[in-house]
Design a protein around this ligand. Structure first.
Ligand SMILES: [Zn+2]
Length: 168
């Protein structure tokens, strides 16, 4: 195998490059595709994966969204989620989790503002990555009944980590 940093050929079992000292950490990939299950169950499955992989660390992720527009325009839903990660030798000190935060509001907030507030109210949680978006809900019951009219919903997906064995 070759050093991931300097490219010199090194022994297959070297965890550090003898030339440059770089740690040779392989990256793993897990792809989640939502196949007909509810978004809630999909997120629950991802969180189960995190629970079963306490050695996963240095996580990066990619959110895949369904933003179909149509009569049922309330679509801003997670349909694919890709995690890239390394494996620690021991359980790492962080617990990872994915949440969906919803805010039905008349578009007074941007997803960025929402995230700023979320971070403030979760001071011990470190956000790894997040994705947010809005969609029109032009066909809500209240709209049909002549109520508040077309509402907009703000959906935020947050991948976060927090110290294990600690509250929030
Ligand atoms: Zn090297």
């Amino acid at each position: 195998m070759y050093c991931i940093k300097c490219g010199k050929e090194i022994g297959a079992n070297n965890s550090f490059c003898p030339e440059c000292g770089a740690k040779q950490t392989p990256t793993y990939k897990e792809v989640f595709v939502r196949n007909g299950i509810s978004e809630k169950d999909f997120i629950a499955n991802i969180n189960k994966w995190f629970q079963w992989h306490p050695k996963a660390a240095n996580i990066t992720c990619k959110f895949g969204m369904d933003t179909a527009i149509g009569l049922l325009a309330n679509k801003y839903e997670l349909n694919q989620f890709v995690i890239e990660y390394e494996l620690f030798e021991h359980n790492n000190e962080n617990q990872y989790g994915l949440v969906k935060e919803e805010s039905i509001a008349l578009m007074k907030k941007s997803s960025k503002e929402f995230m700023g507030e979320w971070k403030q109210s979760h001071p011990n949680v470190k956000v790894v990555d997040w994705e947010g978006g809005t969609h029109a809900r032009g066909y809500t019951v209240s709209h049909l009944m002549g109520g508040f009219g077309a509402r907009n919903r703000l959906n935020i997906y947050i991948l976060f980590k927090f110290p294990r064995n600690k509250e929030n």
